[in-house]
Write a protein of this length. Structure first.
Length: 415
């Protein structure tokens, strides 16, 4: 069996190609069954995210074109729209690729943690669809274990490398645990959505989302909890917020010094942590002059991001070493499975020969022939039967100068 990782990702294809080959979650079970029933693939899983679509599979015989043709046919695309943007990794390179993906080493943002969860969802879907077997089950579990080791033994995910992640990381450094804190998010765009996701993962206590279009704010709060307000209601709720993170497209500041001063009085000067991600700024610069307010701008975060990226790049080198080691461990297990099947086939062949010779000897005994003669015949013919094909192959190897086979035979039989 050949292990294969086939895919298209953010490095190899533009978004208009990636979206054409993506799989909606609800379509993946049927797609997997179609894949494993029609293309010489007996185990398969599909990972489909905004940045990549990958097929991990076990094939009876390696056939890259078979996977390309299946994806092209499934998505009703010409293969010329798939193959030039794709990559294929067989066997140990497939294992290495999966481990790197799960560890965040192949992500758009180095070391991002979401991909591991997405891989777990992909495995669960394939497992429920019945398209994984002994090899892929073991490979996915090995992948998850290896990714956990990378996270534990390196700093690959500990340093912020995005604006949203940096803002949340700074808030966590400031407050420690966030479970007793209230955050006010101003805006409802992509950056605020990502910030909300990070805060939710960090167990934020309460979340208030303020936006010009309150329907968009409601959409965020439905996913992550909390409640939505209009921008005009910010002053009414500002005193509730320990953390304020703002990112809108407003041409003028949304939050002024006066409003913050009033909120501080209500809070009895309990500190407020603010991050202004917007350009132009959403929070008046004079707010930074207030006691008990800690205001960071996008420029402050950039320093954190640059430091974080350097830290992650250093950690990635350590992660690659861990992955190299784990690839070797998994391939040793795969090769052991191959040896087991070879041993079984070798033993079965010997037992068939034994049964054939024993049956012949019993017929000779029934015919009344001399038992001593029968034993001589049995020993002679059994030996000839067992060594005939190996000897034939060794003579051929000698004639073709296949020294490796000859050396292996000497080792195998201690000659």
């Amino acid at each position: 069996m050949t292990l294969v990782a086939f895919g298209i990702n953010h490095k190899t294809a533009p978004v208009d190609i990636r979206e054409k080959v993506s799989f909606a979650p609800e379509r993946i079970p049927l797609a997997l069954k179609d894949l494993t029933s029609s293309s010489g693939i007996h185990e398969a899983a599909i990972l489909s995210t905004c940045n990549r679509t990958e097929v991990y599979c076990g094939m009876h015989e390696f056939n890259e074109n078979g996977i390309v043709e299946w994806i092209s046919e499934y998505h009703k695309l010409p293969s010329s729209k798939v193959k030039p943007y794709s990559y294929t990794h067989p066997n140990q390179n497939a294992v290495r690729h999966m481990l790197r993906v799960a560890s965040g080493l192949d992500s758009l943002v180095l070391g991002e943690p979401q991909i591991l969860g997405q891989m777990k969802v992909a495995f669960s879907a394939a497992n429920e669809a019945g398209t994984t077997g002994k090899i892929l089950n073991r490979l996915f579990q090995h992948t998850f274990k290896s990714a956990k080791q990378v996270r534990t033994d390196t700093a690959i995910g500990s340093s912020p490398v995005s604006v949203a992640f940096s803002a949340v990381s700074l808030a966590k450094q400031f407050f420690g645990e966030l479970s007793s804190s209230t955050v006010m998010l101003i805006g409802a765009g992509e950056t605020v959505e990502l910030t909300a996701r990070h805060l939710h993962e960090q167990g934020i206590g309460r979340m208030i989302v303020a936006n010009r279009t309150i329907e968009k704010a409601h959409k965020l709060t439905e996913e992550f909890g909390g409640y939505a307000i209009a921008l005009t209601e910010i002053s009414d709720h500002l005193a509730e917020a320990d953390i304020i993170i703002s990112s809108t497209a407003s041409p003028i500041p949304i939050l002024g010094k006066g409003a913050v001063e009033s909120a501080l009085k209500v809070r009895k000067h309990k500190p407020m942590f603010m991050v202004d991600i917007a350009v132009p700024r959403d929070i008046e610069p004079e707010v930074d002059d207030l006691d008990d307010v800690y205001l960071y701008t996008v420029d402050d975060l950039q320093e954190v991001i640059d430091e974080g990226m350097k830290s992650r790049q250093d950690a990635a080198k350590q992660a690659e070493e861990i992955i190299d080691s784990q690839v070797i461990h998994f391939m040793e297990w795969v090769n052991a499975q191959d040896s087991v099947s070879t041993i079984r086939a070798f033993r079965a062949n010997a037992e068939r020969t034994q049964a054939e010779m024993l049956q012949k000897s019993k017929r000779m005994l029934t015919a009344g022939e001399d038992p001593a003669h029968i034993l001589d015949v049995l020993a002679h013919q059994l030996t000839n039967k067992l060594i005939h094909e190996p000897c034939s192959q060794l003579r051929s190897a000698g004639n073709k100068e296949r020294a490796v086979l000859l050396d292996a035979t000497r080792t195998l039989f201690k000659l």
